[in-house]
Design a protein around this ligand. Structure first.
Ligand code: ADP
Ligand code: MG
Length: 684
């Protein structure tokens, strides 16, 4: 970082940090958003309307006027044409500045649109400079940078130019690779983008398709690919217990399973088994749409660990889901004599401690819980496999905790992550490139697709009639509300109000209530009661969003569906259609719909397939929001656009492989240059 001396430099550095600029290279990479052409002068009388141009004029008089509002006007003559420069926000010192300029016979160069005002040609709030008539015009376009409050464009330009000039910028990609991929010179590319010559193709610069831009984007993608690959290889090189994949428990369970695996489940199981049989940690993401049957694969993998004399841990994002897993796993595995422990929030201290002691002492078995499993002093004696369900729900910190826990020992457990959130191709090649992925791409047989209906709030009575009818026929229904307490700003019906309303509406039904503010034990109780069909109608908030499995529930009503995200709607809808009966999901909405909400509802209405929904979600929100900071953890791409630059992503991936192999030191330097300290946050 160039350092003009003293306090101003320190304040500037602080402001630059807000722009993410911490090093000299960050400055070099702070690339313009657009440019202004001040390389040639335009005659005032020939200035095209609506196009900013540079004009020159001789100041004649500065005056402060009050009509129609307070303003400063600099009257000037451009050749024989009078020109007024008008400023509504100005400093009193500007008047003096203009007067001094007149005394010194300076001229004004103003950049902006020339328009015809009441008194002839004028410019509103032009950018201007007072110069001697012999001052040369700039020989390159003027860059306009992304800025923050407090850093002016001229200040940014000065520090960036200084950074470009102070030391040579190094090329980070070795020559053979530059040749192979026909890459432009990097130093020339950045210099070009900061100071493009006049008469370049402005469209190519703005659209970022110019070859100089291509080089920058390539380097960025290359850094991302290298970093992912390096993380992958580093973790891969650790030692893990090779697990027996055809042990007695596993064989026994496979032959006595309640159903046959689908071909897709079988393929994914093989991929998992191949990995966990290796002496290196598996890092696999098992991805499958809601209801595709990931849990049974988790159970089978856990059995392999137990068969081999190791422990398996299953981590779920909510207490409800952890308990459900505990019950499912108990039903499947306890008959085989597998020891299961459940660590949950409402365990009494004494029970918790004895469970912890068991986990530490016991050896083989399955431990199930929320992320607390990897946080609060749980000491696994022989953890061989860590399973993370609904991994996208965990934050970066929690995943880091798991990773650190895992790498504290010389033996690293295998990791199986599961998610129903499908990853579009570009994302799986970029942000998820450090994981191996298995996809369950079919649902178990006998499922009938959920019918989705969009119903305006005005037709609520018809929806109530539908609920009455379904429950009378022995089915069960969810009624999902967005918020739990009355909020003054949001006109949402609360779960509590809805609960009261629906109880009054359906005196003949038993209605349950489940929301996030209940104690874990109360939540569990409500869930059991619903599962046992003690309630026909469950009023709930999004706490049921992930994983909950009650096959007899075949109707779901979602209130204010316009307020939910696409992934959330898909997850919610996945709670029905789990039995063999035809199921319905009714999306109630309040008009008028915002454009985004309309598109979301259209996407969920038209698509049943989670992959298509994820793709729609990605294109509606863009990767930044789609991944969310907690989801991605890794710095998002600044320059490359995964959709537009998809072809380049393929090339960068190949180049990363080659570079790591043939030029490992340069590869590390390239990653350091681009990602530096941000690497710690790369996905775990
Ligand atoms: P998810 O992938 O959303 O976690 P689950 O594992 O909860 O899905 O499975 C959904 C339901 O399908 C469960 O009731 C499960 O027992 C059942 N299931 C899973 N695999 C099969 C299969 N191959 N055949 C029939 N039912 C299955
Ligand atoms: Mg699940």
């Amino acid at each position: 970082m160039p350092k003009p001396a003293g306090k101003t430099a320190a304040t500037l550095a602080k402001k630059l940090e807000k722009l993410g600029i911490r090093s000299r290279f960050d400055l070099v990479l702070h690339l313009p958003l657009r440019y202004e052409d001040e390389t040639s002068l335009t005659q005032v009388e020939h200035a095209p309307p609506g196009v900013p141009v540079l004009v020159e004029a001789r100041p004649v008089r500065a005056e402060i006027g009050y009509r129609p509002r307070r303003q400063l006007t600099l009257h000037a003559m451009s050749g024989d044409t009078p020109l007024g420069l008008r400023f509504f926000n100005f400093y009193p010192s500007q008047v003096k500045q203009f007067e001094r300029a007149m005394a010194d016979a300076l001229i004004v160069r103003a950049f902006g649109e020339v328009r015809l005002g009441r008194f002839g040609a004028e410019m509103l709030h032009p950018r201007y400079k007072l110069v001697t008539a012999s001052e040369p015009l700039p020989d390159s376009l003027t860059p306009i940078y992304p800025a923050t409050a407090g850093v002016t464009q001229p200040a940014l330009r000065a520090v960036i130019l200084d950074a470009l000039r102070s030391e040579p910028i190094e090329e980070s990609v070795p020559e053979p690779l530059r040749k192979r991929y026909s890459l432009r010179d990097f130093p020339a590319s950045v210099r070009f983008l900061h100071t493009p010559p006049p008469r370049v193709d402005a469209g190519q610069l703005i659209e970022r398709t110019h070859p100089a831009w291509q080089r920058i984007k390539f380097d960025e993608l290359l850094a991302q690919q290298l970093s992912m690959r390096m993380h992958y290889l580093a973790r891969r090189s650790r030692a893990a217990p090779p697990l027996v994949t055809a042990g007695p428990l596993l064989k026994h369970f496979l032959s006595a399973m309640p159903f046959a695996l689908t071909p897709a489940q079988r393929r994914c199981l093989e991929e998992i088994m191949r990995d966990i049989g290796q002496p290196h940690p598996m890092q696999r993401l098992l991805q499958g749409d809601v209801g595709s049957g990931k849990t049974i694969l988790a159970a089978l993998s856990a059995l392999a660990a137990v068969d081999s004399g190791w422990q398996a841990a299953v981590m779920a994002p909510t207490e409800i889901l952890a308990e459900q897993h505990y019950r499912k796993f108990s039903e499947w595995l306890a008959p085989l004599g597998v020891k299961l422990s459940w660590l949950h929030g409402s365990l009494a201290k004494k029970d918790r401690q004895s469970t912890l002691r068991d986990v530490a002492a016991e050896g083989p078995g399955v431990v199930i819980g929320t992320h607390a499993l990897f946080q609060q002093g749980v000491d696994f004696s022989r953890l061989g496999l860590a399973i993370v369900d609904e991994q996208h729900r965990f934050g970066v910190q929690q995943r880091l905790a798991l990773r650190n826990k895992a790498s504290a020992n010389s033996i690293v457990p295998h990791q199986l992550m599961m998610s129903a959130t499908p990853i579009p191709r570009t994302l799986s090649m970029s942000y998820y490139a450090d994981l191996d992925v298995s996809v369950i791409d079919e649902l178990p047989p006998g499922r009938t697709p959920v019918r989705t209906r969009l119903v305006a709030n005005g037709r609520r009575s018809q929806v109530l009639a539908r609920v009455r009818e379904a429950c009378a026929a022995g089915q069960q229904a969810y009624w999902v509300c967005p918020l739990i307490e009355e909020s003054e700003t949001l006109d949402l019906q609360t779960a509590l109000d809805t609960y009261a309303e629906l109880q009054a509406e359906f005196p003949e039904l038993k209605v349950g209530l489940l929301h996030g503010r209940l104690q874990p034990a109360e939540k569990a109780e409500a869930m059991h009661a619903f599962k046992d069909n003690q309630f026909q109608l469950l009023v709930c908030t999004t706490v049921i969003e992930v994983g909950v499995d009650v096959p007899n529930a075949s109707l779901m009503v979602i209130e204010h569906s316009e307020r939910f995200g696409l992934a959330q709607l898909h997850q919610l809808r996945g709670r029905v259609g789990r039995g063999t009966r035809e199921s319905d999901c009714i999306l109630l909405y309040a008009s008028p719909l915002s454009d985004m909400a309309r598109q979301r509802l259209k996407a969920i209405y038209e698509n049943a397939d989670g992959f298509a929904i994820a793709q729609a979600d990605l294109s509606l929100r863009g990767p930044g929001e789609y991944l969310g900071e907690r989801q991605s953890g890794s710095p998002l791409l600044r320059f490359a656009d995964l959709e537009k630059d998809e072809a380049m992503l393929d090339v960068a991936r190949e180049a990363a492989g080659l570079m790591l192999e043939e030029h490992p030191a340069e590869a590390r330097a390239h990653v350091e240059r681009w990602l530096g300290s941000r690497q710690e946050f790369t996905r775990v």
